[in-house]
Design a protein around this ligand. Structure first.
Ligand SMILES: [Zn+2]
Length: 468
């Protein structure tokens, strides 16, 4: 893209907080694959005459998220009705928060930069339509599944502080890490627990005005988020450079076609006629409770990253990757506390554990790293031990024993082989003694051929000792 265009992105992220029940009733939040309409009641199906009740766990998750984002928590907050008609919304309105959200004015630290958070508020999800039909006979049926209706959602809204598709993706990843770290949400995009809606515009560098933005709806993977923004930026620049104007509208992302498409233009935007929810009391948030929640927050990812750098002297890249997942960071510190060296542990986590998608107990990883760094087993054997340990939960020492992986570390038997190597390679021995240190490589190669299971560290130490 030509350098004269600056990209401006703000993000709305919808996150399902970790609760057992829905936002305003006792129904289970349920799981993907539950039979349709199996987690519903008269409240979440919008029967007349029922009264919603606020889910305290959802409020707590929202407040913890707000505190972790360093937001202000106003004393008063309330819920509002957002009115619109759609078949997946039986009440004819969604309960959300309009002018008095639960929190405002926070920020998220991202790669040393601060992204401002405008607000974090609570609302409820809608149901889902399922369309089935027979195209040939033009016979269509639509079904509605209200299992999702009333599931709590936190909406996290950023200011337009992001400047590229990379940054937008990093922001969403950082948010997921934060939410998982504080236990506010599992934030699993594949399960629809975290959905991103970026709004995107471009402007000429040096301009302070914002360009006309488009909003992308319901992006449900980090990859799609990156690609959709990339596409949208290129599209807008093309429109502007071709002398056209960008239309303010909502657009969708087609995974199949790898392009965005127009869904709804702003001229048809609805007036939601927000008004205070009459069936719920305004909330007066108890300051002592908020301070208690603040005190319960664990170490946040940004601070942990800084500590991985300073306390364990990890390179920045390692610290970034490990601090990005609380489980990996816990594993790292656990394995180091169990006596393994920091840098090798980091290498094993990044190279082997993270790609496997499974996390071993810290003691197991510490054992494997120690076995490899002391030369008791080879690196390849270590990989096999890790894979087996991850699949059956056995301890590394059990696996090493069972598979006969232990290297020959008995000094007298290794010494025998080393002596045979010295006797069998007079030329290389002569070179080495004459100062050509690289001759050691040829000797070690011969040693490996003669005794593949000999502990290489012990063998090379012995070799050097007997040669000098
Ligand atoms: Zn219900």
């Amino acid at each position: 893209m030509p350098d004269k265009w600056e990209v401006v992105i703000g993000m709305e992220v919808h996150v399902q907080p970790r609760t057992r029940t829905k936002m305003f009733c006792g129904c289970a939040v349920g799981h993907i694959g539950d039979p349709p309409n199996s987690n519903v009641c008269e409240i979440c199906t919008g029967m007349p005459g029922v009264l919603p009740v606020i889910n305290k766990a959802a409020v707590e998750a929202c407040l913890k998220t707000a505190l972790a984002l360093d937001c202000e928590i106003p004393r008063h907050t309330k819920f509002d009705r957002k009115n619109y008609m759609y078949p997946d919304l039986p009440k004819g309105y969604q309960i959300s928060q309009y002018d008095l959200p639960m929190s405002i004015n926070g920020h998220l630290e991202l790669n040393g930069r601060s992204v401002r958070i405008r607000r974090v508020h609570l609302e409820e999800d809608t149901g889902k339509l399922i369309h089935a039909g027979d195209k040939l006979h033009k016979a269509w049926e639509s079904f509605v599944d209200l299992n999702r209706a009333g599931v709590p959602l936190m909406e996290i809204v950023s200011e337009p502080d992001l400047r590229s598709a990379d940054e937008a993706r990093d922001y969403a990843v950082a948010l997921r890490t934060l939410l998982r770290t504080i236990g506010a949400s599992e934030a699993d995009m594949e399960k629809g627990q975290l959905r991103a809606e970026p709004n995107i515009s471009v402007r000429r560098y040096g301009s302070d005005d914002l360009g006309v933005k488009t909003e992308l709806k319901n992006i449900n993977s980090f990859r799609a988020l990156h690609r959709a923004i990339d596409f949208e930026v290129k599209r807008q620049v093309e429109v502007l450079e071709g002398g056209g104007v960008v239309v303010q509208e909502t657009r969708g992302w087609s995974e199949a076609e790898q392009r965005t498409f127009s869904q709804r233009s702003k001229e048809f935007a609805e007036d939601y006629r927000y008004f205070p929810e009459p069936d719920l009391p305004p909330l007066e948030l108890d300051r002592a409770w908020i301070e208690e929640l603040r005190g319960m927050l664990p170490e946040l990812p940004e601070s942990r990253r800084a500590r991985l750098l300073s306390q364990y002297a990890l390179p920045e890249r390692d610290a970034d990757l490990i601090a990005a997942e609380r489980e990996l960071a816990d594993l790292f510190e656990g394995a180091v506390n169990a006596g393994a060296e920091a840098k090798p542990v980091a290498n094993w986590i990044i190279g082997e554990v993270a790609p496997s998608g499974k996390v071993p107990p810290a003691e197991h990883l510490a054992d494997i790293v120690k076995l490899v760094t002391t030369g008791a087993i080879t690196r390849d054997q270590g990989r096999e031990v890790l894979a087996e340990s991850l699949s059956n939960g056995q301890s590394p020492s059990e696996i090493v024993q069972k598979r006969g992986f232990a290297q020959v570390s008995d000094e007298s038997s290794v010494r025998e082989v080393v002596e045979a190597v010295i006797a069998g390679n007079p030329r290389a021995v002569e070179d080495y003694r004459a100062g050509k240190k690289q001759a050691l490589g040829a000797l070690m190669a011969d040693l490996k051929k003669r005794a593949p299971s000999a502990n290489p560290k012990l063998a090379s130490d012995l070799l050097v000792k007997l040669l000098s």
